[in-house]
Ligand binder design. Structure first.
Ligand code: HEM
Length: 351
């Protein structure tokens, strides 16, 4: 069992109000650093940048995730989810490698116009950093990114990498390392987090049959169910910030801090009985599973589209609901109860 990671050992900003305030205050809580130092030596962009580079890179990426850009992908995602789930309604269904992994790699491949890479990305397994006897490794991802950036420079990299190579950002074309940083974030952020959300949805359906029935009977509740699953699981629970001290010139107590989105989403002062899945939570206090402030998740509309596809397919495939056969997950303790945060393996079966 490995110990806490460097970011997990940092002092944390916790609680709903404090996390939201710090997330918005990028001048004090800067994102200009490089994380995952055990597996990469480049910054993931625009995540690990501050304005003005951050704003320009974000403006470049946002159109990829607009309603208009995503709309043509909807029916592919729905069809993939049904094709992965329906045939298994009469046997055990493994969510992590059997549904989440193939669904997310196919989706990102279509989005980036790189369908030839599906098998390679799937071969990395549930984490882009691989799983080599508990050791993380960024070599496979970097090898792919170097190739994709070279292909982009030659106009053969697919929509994103071609544009990355050719589009001036703040008047300058991005360096090779910066292009790698953008690609890395989309593959890491767009794959592993969504896979955990997909398993989270199945877990919640199986653990809360009454809620599953309510959602089955009222399609309008599906979005609420997904948002509650996002709040409860918070797939990206902790992000690093550099604390530059306050506006009055008082230095920070610790230069590096963890912005604890999970603690915000489980704050009992904001969410009554925070460990419970509730379909009637007030909309006035939205969760922060997709972050808050200038770095809030660019891919949230895509993640929600994939989540709806899986939820719909799971509901249709098993009219009496699902039960858990086997679960290997990491849990957080919320209000004295264990809530899953990430899944290594989840097997469910129709009731
Ligand atoms: C359930 C799925 C997802 C979750 C929980 C999630 C969570 C987050 C969070 C918490 C942040 C903010 C990090 C911070 O403030 O430091 C973020 C940023 C980001 N996410 Fe996601 N994400 C998900 C899916 C996706 C997908 C599908 C993509 C794209 C394919 C994506 C791309 C990004 C990008 C590019 C940023 C950086 C935005 C910026 O710095 O301006 N994410 N995500």
């Amino acid at each position: 069992m490995s110990g806490p990671t460097r970011i997990e050992r940092l002092p944390r900003i916790t609680g709903y109000d404090a996390v939201r305030a710090a997330g918005r205050n990028f001048e004090r809580f800067s994102s200009l650093h490089q994380g995952d130092e055990d597996v990469r030596d480049y910054r993931q962009l625009p995540l690990e940048a501050d304005p003005p580079l951050h704003s320009a890179l974000r403006a470049f990426l946002v159109p990829f995730f607009s309603k208009g850009s995503l709309a043509p992908h909807q029916h592919h995602i729905d069809a993939d989810a049904r094709a992965l789930i329906a045939p298994l309604a009469h046997s055990d269904l493994e969510l992590v490698r059997g549904v989440g992994l193939p669904l997310v790699v196919r989706t990102i491949a279509r989005l980036l116009d790189r369908e030839g890479d599906i098998e390679e990305w799937a071969s990395w397994g549930p984490s882009v950093w691989g799983d080599h006897d508990g050791r993380r490794d960024g070599t496979a991802l970097l090898g792919f990114l170097e190739r994709a950036v070279d292909e982009g420079a030659a106009g053969r990299g697919g929509r994103l990498f071609n544009l990355l190579a050719a589009t001036p950002i703040n008047g300058m074309v991005l360096s090779r390392e910066e292009q790698i940083g953008v690609g890395s974030l989309l593959l890491a952020g767009g794959r592993d987090t969504v896979m955990n959300l997909i398993s989270g949805i199945a877990w919640m359906l199986a653990m809360h049959p009454a809620h599953a029935d309510a959602v089955r009977g009222d399609a309008a509740l599906r979005a609420t169910f997904i948002e509650e699953t996002l709040r409860l699981t918070t797939p990206l629970g902790l992000m690093e910030r550099i604390d530059r001290g306050d506006a009055a010139g008082n230095p920070a107590t610790s230069p590096h801090v963890g912005l604890d989105f999970a603690s915000a989403n489980h704050d009992p002062a904001t969410f009554t009985c925070p460990a419970e899945l509730r379909l009637d939570r007030p909309a006035s206090t939205p969760h922060v599973a997709f972050g808050i402030g200038p770095h809030a998740c660019v891919g949230a509309p895509l993640a929600r589209m994939e989540a709806h596809a899986v939820l719909g397919a799971l509901l249709d495939a098993a009219p009496n609901g699902w039960q858990i056969v086997h679960c290997e997950a990491q849990y957080r303790t919320v209000d004295g109860r264990e809530v899953p945060a990430s899944f290594q393996r989840l097997v469910i079966a129709a009731r």
